[in-house]
Unconditional design. Structure first.
Length: 440
């Protein structure tokens, strides 16, 4: 079997798995599919047809030069044409029609894949090389899979809570790890499916710092809340404080305080005690930042996060993942919706980075202290609306993926971004602090 055949077989298998996931999450009553569960999110039936429309745009039209199959629906599924809150008012395809449409696109996408030749896959056309356009569609579909899970969690409806087994946590061990001063290479290397915003790779020199070995847990975050952290403006940036007061936020989203003490949470419609050993999720950037100040620390910059995650100082090279370049296995990280929750702190010793940081990939997206801005020498590809239009001082960078992220849609250099008020995403954080001269 040639390398090209192997790559094409792998892409075909991944496309099938990704589609299976989208169909599973939308295998619910039509009424739930077409309803908007929150103004923050699209109706699920929009996401479903949108993944097929995106695949049509990038594989069938941009790569293969095909004519539009249904030009009249393009604008309905253009994320820039209609903000999420308007989408339920659009004449969207119904659930059955959406499934038929995306299946039709997929059939033609597999034909295009079949016709890809060595010269395409190993040539210089950036849409073809390494199967980039297929990787774009695949990662996009998985990103919407995660979005669909956030929508289902917001709906508060029971169902789709998965109880797959996760490894046990490991209490104890060092709270933080030291990352010595020195340069590292930030950004994507040769990965053909990396996004434009991960490029170009460039050297960044950092002073020594400490970073938490593990994400901040629910138990630690509850201590902040119980210590009056939500009531003390000292810990909050002014905008965050105004947001907290206006919204009446007193705990992570989905948490409630029982009258007799003790925290409970709603998880996919199920009420349960908050597990203290689990990484906290559903906190905004403002809450993460306030916790860090309360704890006498700060959020890591995204450069600090990436170095602690992927840099191998002995080899002098960046790894795809903390543990190396091997694709994520079940002992490395909690990815791909094995269970509808993060794994307890310390569950993945085999996933540790060269510096000893754990659970950087999977479990919860981690807020960083950085704005989403371009790397020096950035060039938009294949379109400005993927990253470039979001650059600036509106969005904060998140790193590392969550339990709901598929392994294909995350790596040490992967950058995600969102508004600092967002809490419906599966996001938590870890803290950092500069090392003193003696420590360094
Ligand atoms: Fe999208």
């Amino acid at each position: 079997m040639t390398a090209a055949t192997r790559l094409k077989d792998r892409i075909a298998a991944e496309l099938e798995e990704g589609r299976g996931r989208s169909l599973t999450y939308t295998d619910i009553d039509d009424d739930l599919l077409v309803r908007q569960h929150s103004p923050l999110m699209s109706p699920l039936v929009w996401d479903l047809a949108h993944v097929g429309n995106y695949e049509e745009l990038w594989v069938l039209r941009a790569l293969a030069g095909a004519e539009p199959t249904r030009p009249e629906i393009d604008t309905l599924y253009d994320a820039f044409a209609h903000p999420r809150k308007e989408r339920p008012l659009l004449p969207l395809l119904g659930p059955a029609e959406a499934r038929t449409y995306i299946a039709g696109v997929r059939g033609r996408v597999l034909d295009v894949l079949d016709l890809m030749e060595d010269g395409d896959l190993y040539g210089h056309d950036p849409l073809r090389a390494g199967g980039f356009a297929f990787g774009l569609a695949l990662q996009h579909e998985h990103q919407h899979g995660e979005t669909m899970l956030a929508t289902l969690q917001l709906s508060g409806r029971p169902g789709l809570v998965r109880d797959g087994a996760l490894p046990a946590g490991r209490p104890g061990g060092p709270a933080e790890v030291l990352v010595p001063a020195g340069p590292f290479r930030m950004g994507a290397g040769s990965d053909p499916w990396a996004y434009d915003n991960e490029r170009p790779a460039h050297e960044v020199d950092l002073p020594a710092y400490w970073i938490d070995r593990l994400p901040v847990t629910c138990g630690a975050f509850a201590a902040f809340a119980e210590d009056g952290g939500y009531d003390d403006p000292r810990w909050w940036v002014p905008r965050g404080w105004r947001w907290r007061v206006r919204q009446g936020v007193t705990a992570p989203l989905y948490w409630t305080r029982e009258p007799g003490g003790g925290w409970w949470r709603s998880r996919f419609g199920r009420m349960e005690p908050v597990p203290p050993e689990e990484p906290v999720q559903h906190v905004s950037w403002y809450e993460a930042d306030a916790y860090a100040r309360w704890a006498g620390r700060r959020l890591p910059t995204e450069a600090e996060w990436e170095k602690a995650c992927g840099w191998d100082p002995r080899a002098g090279r960046a790894r795809a993942y903390p543990w190396g370049d091997a694709v994520p296995g079940p002992g490395h990280a909690n990815l791909g919706h094995r269970a509808s929750r993060p794994a307890p702190a310390g569950a993945f010793p085999a996933g540790a980075s060269r510096y000893g940081a754990e659970q950087m990939i999977g479990d919860v997206w981690e807020w960083t202290g950085s704005w989403f801005v371009p790397y020096p020498g950035f060039r938009a590809f294949p379109y400005r609306e993927y990253s470039e239009v979001f650059f600036g001082r509106d969005h904060r960078v998140l790193r590392g993926g969550s339990w709901a992220t598929h392994a294909l849609a995350v790596r040490a250099c992967f950058r995600n971004w969102d508004l600092p008020i967002r809490r419906q995403i599966f996001a938590g954080f870890r803290c950092a602090r500069p090392a003193s001269p003696e420590e360094a």
